[in-house]
Design a protein around this ligand. Structure first.
Ligand SMILES: Cc1cc2nc3c(=O)[nH]c(=O)nc-3n(C[C@H](O)[C@H](O)[C@H](O)COP(=O)(O)O)c2cc1C
Length: 386
């Protein structure tokens, strides 16, 4: 099987997964307009390439949060990865290490964070959901002890988005066996075989005494977050965590500036891949309106399926992008091998975009290489020409 594009991996994942699992991975909230808008946002920008530049050594590497990455990308946190492939978290982490980019483990990972730290090398980040404060404090302590490099606090899931595909499918963990689920399983024998032979997906980080308290269990079962989590609670986490910290899920410039003022190292402009508030704006739209913020890293995610999407995000000022479904499609298609393939596709497309743009180095990529797709005003440099 030759996978040439992320869309090839998407089609393969769709063929391989039972509909219920595919919908969980690929679906968004309500009418899925934000899910669609994430992809569309990239089409609103076109490249303005430069010519006659020495392009014998195009450099895709770049610093992300102070350390090198092979290209400006990070694997985004995603929960329940083992539903897609056995030990999916580990497969993603190992592929990220192999391809030279950081991996972010979700709070809702199937394997405990300590297992990933012990078994996967490379740059490991931990994503925190604040479901309950005591639980959150204990997760932060555990991530610190396990040696995670960066804490990514997700702030856009006060309540779970209304994911109507999941509601129609009666999606729940553990997977409930209904006639339709069984039929789906029979039609996807490869997935069913792997599912039966391996450990069943669980929330691997919650096998602790703190998670057994009545409030924690209620919060976990309803997948509802701490609705009182506010700036002062975020500040308490900043005080507890001595390393790099990002806030994921902000979109308003005032929130971004407040994070910066609070000593947070950067933000991930994100609408959670269109899975939370439908009609929320996209990370790329906010990015395009932000001024440069030296010393503060701005990452974005949502809809990245091409290396050229990464180039557009970097040209607009992002230090890197986060990859959600692009690498999940690889995982669902062929485990670690599929994730490596997804990363190789994106890396080589990104390098190709730089080369064709006439930009020899990620460090030189900026807004001058882009223009809006709508016909823009005359070039400032041409206005005085008689
Ligand atoms: C199946 C799935 C599970 C996700 N789980 C989490 C999670 O546990 N924590 C989190 O912060 N974001 C989660 N996200 C959101 C991603 O981190 C990311 O913001 C989003 O996928 C980016 O959009 P994209 O999938 O179009 O690349 C999840 C996304 C998907 C598709």
């Amino acid at each position: 099987m030759t996978w040439i594009t992320i869309e090839d991996l998407h089609r393969q994942a769709r063929r391989q997964l039972p509909a219920m699992v595919y919908d969980f991975m690929a679906g968004g909230a309500q009418d899925e307009r934000t899910l669609q808008a994430n992809a569309d946002a990239f089409r609103h920008w076109r490249f303005l390439p430069r010519r006659l530049v020495d392009l014998r050594n195009v450099n895709t590497t770049t610093p992300v949060l102070g350390a090198g990455a092979a290209f400006p990308a990070v694997i985004a946190p995603t929960g329940l990865n083992s539903l897609l492939w056995p030990d999916g978290d580990l497969a993603l982490a190992k592929a990220a290490q192999h391809c030279g980019i950081p991996f972010t483990l979700s709070t809702a990972s199937s394997l405990p964070l300590e297992d990933i730290a012990a078994q996967a090398g490379g740059r490991l980040w931990f994503q925190l959901y604040v479901i309950e404060r005591t639980l959150a404090r204990s997760l932060v302590e555990r991530a610190k002890t396990a040696g995670y490099e960066c804490l990514v606090v997700t702030v856009d899931v006060v309540v779970n988005g209304k994911r109507e595909r999941d509601m129609r499918n009666h999606f729940a963990l553990p997977v409930r066996l209904r006639p339709r689920t069984l039929w789906d399983g029979i039609n996807h024998p490869g997935w069913s075989w792997r599912y039966m032979r391996h450990r069943k997906p669980v929330l691997g980080n919650f096998n602790t005494p703190e998670a057994q308290t009545a409030t924690a269990r209620a919060a976990l079962l309803s997948r509802s977050m701490d609705a009182g989590f506010d700036w002062s609670a975020l500040d308490a986490i900043r005080q507890q965590w001595p390393h790099k910290m990002l806030v994921k899920g902000v979109l308003h410039p005032d929130d971004i500036l407040r994070c910066k003022a609070m000593g947070i190292n950067g933000v991930v402009l994100s609408n959670h891949g269109g899975r939370q508030l439908d009609d929320a704006c996209t990370g790329l739209e906010t990015l395009a309106r932000l001024p440069a913020m030296p010393g503060f890293e701005v990452l974005i995610d949502g809809g990245i399926r091409r290396g050229s999407d990464i180039a557009k995000a970097v040209a607009l000022g992002a230090s890197a992008v986060m990859l959600g479904r692009a690498t999940l499609y690889g995982l669902a298609s062929a485990g670690e091998h599929g994730v490596r393939r997804a990363l190789d596709i994106l890396h080589s497309e990104y390098k190709d975009a730089l080369t064709q743009l006439g930009c020899p180095d990620t460090a030189q990529l900026n807004r001058n290489y882009l223009q809006p797709a709508s016909i823009p005003l005359p070039f400032p440099s041409c206005q005085d020409t008689p």
